[in-house]
Design a protein around this ligand. Structure first.
Ligand SMILES: Cc1cc2nc3c(=O)[nH]c(=O)nc-3n(C[C@H](O)[C@H](O)[C@H](O)COP(=O)(O)OP(=O)(O)OC[C@H]3O[C@@H](n4cnc5c(N)ncnc54)[C@H](O)[C@@H]3O)c2cc1C
Ligand code: FES
Length: 265
């Protein structure tokens, strides 16, 4: 995973806000400082309102970068995200970023990338796909959800969909789909997995990749107070990669992207 360092706190103006599906909005803002330094997997920490509510910033993956414009995909789950999705174009936000580490698109050497995501975990996958394609990699997405309404595949190419109730694509989980389709992905050279989504999905994928001895990176979530290593709100225990012991990391500093092999079951 790459650790990136040029972080700026910016007052930005919302240039576009589009409700793409029920409780999910794509929100764009002009911010050359973040656009220039962002890498796939990075996130931004947003002060949604100048008022006291919500007091703390909220973290969002960088969904896309177009020129000097940064885009996030926000799902309304509580007071902060609801307010953000309802904030009109032209409003100001305070945005700190880019934060955290990023997916490794060069190491270990691989030819073909399988991007496995679930629900709002699909948010960082467009930016990742663009950078992987620019680096000459083949890309396939495997996207899962409970129902077709959870599938957020807008703008992505080569998508294989799995829904637990069968309302869209394959009926089952992304892991069931992977078992079924795996041979069709192995003909395109060395494989690497990249993932983001609910913890049970990430754990099952980590076990699958471990069995097949394939590299897999996972972008994790936790409650984050500050995003910059001060509040210790995001501490998380992981296996060490170098011995059989465990260590505690701050996800906002050494994550959100970790080797899936390090997840504890
Ligand atoms: C690195 C990172 C990247 C993220 N990227 C995105 C993204 O691209 N798009 C997006 O919509 N969301 C993303 N999230 C989750 C998002 O930050 C939370 O949904 C948001 O902070 C909730 O704020 P709220 O005020 O709406 O909810 P609150 O009113 O604070 O809480 C509402 C409910 O959401 C739960 N919740 C709060 N924070 C989180 C969290 N981090 N993860 C899971 N549940 C949470 C609470 O426990 C509560 O049940 C990301 C989180 C992290 C850590
Ligand atoms: S969010 Fe505060 S230390 Fe990580």
């Amino acid at each position: 995973m790459h650790q990136d360092s040029t972080i700026t706190d910016n007052t930005v103006t919302i240039t576009d806000s589009l409700c793409v599906w029920q409780d999910v909005s794509l929100i764009s803002f002009h911010c050359p400082e973040i656009a220039r330094n962002a890498r796939p997997g990075n996130f931004v920490n947003i002060k949604i309102s100048p008022q006291n509510q919500p007091l703390l910033r909220r973290p969002f993956s960088i969904h896309n970068v177009e020129g000097e414009t940064v885009e996030i995909m926000a799902k309304s789950v509580g007071c902060g995200t609801r307010l953000l999705c309802e904030t009109p174009v032209g409003s100001a936000l305070q945005v700190l970023g880019p934060l955290g580490n990023s997916f490794s698109i060069d190491t270990p050497r691989f030819d073909s990338a399988l991007l496995v995501s679930g629900g709002i975990g699909t948010a960082p996958m467009l930016f990742l796909e663009k950078e992987l394609v620019a680096a000459g990699k083949k890309v396939h997405h495997i996207i899962g959800g409970k129902t077709g309404q959870d599938i957020l595949s807008m703008g992505l190419s080569s998508c294989h969909i799995a829904t637990e109730d069968g309302t869209e694509g394959y009926k089952g989980t992304v892991i069931d789909l992977l078992h079924e389709k795996f041979d069709s992905f192995t003909g395109a050279g060395r494989l690497k997995f990249f993932s983001c989504g609910p913890n049970p999905m990430l754990h099952a994928l980590a076990a699958f990749c471990n069995k097949k001895n394939l590299p897999c990176e996972a972008s994790l979530e936790s409650i984050m107070g500050c995003g910059i290593g001060i509040c210790y709100g995001c501490s998380l225990e992981l296996k060490n990669s170098f011995d059989n012991d465990r260590s505690t990391i701050l996800l906002c500093q050494e994550g959100p992207v970790v080797d899936a092999d390090r997840l504890l079951f």
